[in-house]
Design a protein around this ligand. Structure first.
Ligand SMILES: *Cc1c(COP(=O)(O)O)cnc(C)c1O
Length: 231
């Protein structure tokens, strides 16, 4: 069994060290603990150890788990691909969505958020490499759509998110993180809006992501151990 509390502490320390190493304020970097596939008693363990920002990637699984963990101090973030017909369910469960991946979805989520009278925090998912297996805005779509996106009143657009292509080494991942940060800077320059958030970095590369400007890293297996299917 993984020692979840010790692992969480170790990751928190590495997050902090990576921030300090790159002359950043450690308070600028949030740790999103990815609880997908882990059953409620395990999630309770990481909460007891101090985790407050938790992430799930499947609505079915989340709708079973989240109601069993009714605590006001928890922040649930959705990190999976969102289908439009599930937007209402997602907004009922999650205050933050990391995976707004098209204009169509953004308009729809905005409309549903209006109906539910909520204002979710959202990240725009970018698929700069154009990988067929992943969804997300291309750079062109993002730059073209930005003015409309920022005008969607029920969305709090926090920034950009990416799941970079699998690479061999953290050093190779660095280029993807730099590219996302550069794209964010260009978005800010062309539109004059502020997009402070960069959701990037997972277990194998979160420290590099922080060195390149991540404001929230999404970490699962470094805390829980390798994922296993839910029983
Ligand atoms: C599963 C997942 C993570 C966490 O991955 P680990 O390698 O276990 O840290 C992060 N982001 C997304 C979008 C995921 O689906």
């Amino acid at each position: 069994m993984a020692d979840i509390a010790a692992n969480l502490r170790a990751v928190q320390e590495r997050v902090r060290d990576a921030a300090l190493r790159s002359s950043r304020d450690p308070d600028e970097v949030e740790l999103l603990v990815v609880t997908k596939t882990w059953p409620v008693p395990i999630v309770e363990e990481v909460i007891a150890a101090g985790a407050t920002i938790l992430g799930e990637n499947k609505l079915q699984e989340a709708s079973e788990k989240i109601p069993q963990l009714p605590r006001a101090d928890l922040h649930w973030h959705f990190i999976g691909h969102l289908q439009r017909n599930k937007a209402r369910k997602a907004l009922e469960l999650f205050g933050t969505l990391h995976s707004l991946d098209s204009m169509r979805l953004a308009r729809h989520v905005d409309r549903i958020a209006g109906e539910l009278e909520c204002r979710p925090v959202v990240y725009l998912q970018v698929n700069a490499a154009g990988e067929a297996s992943k969804s997300g805005f291309s750079e062109e779509e993002l730059l073209e759509g930005l003015a409309e996106l920022m005008a969607l009143n029920h969305l709090q657009v926090r920034g950009l998110m990416a799941i970079p292509p699998a690479v061999e080494t953290p050093a190779q991942a660095r280029a993807s993180f730099q590219a996302l940060r550069d794209l964010r800077d260009r978005c800010e320059a062309v539109s004059g809006v502020s997009l402070p958030g960069l959701s990037m970095g997972m277990s194998h590369d979160y420290e590099v992501a922080i060195e390149e400007g991540a404001t929230i890293v999404r970490v699962g297996s470094s805390i829980f151990g390798p994922r296993q299917p839910m029983v």
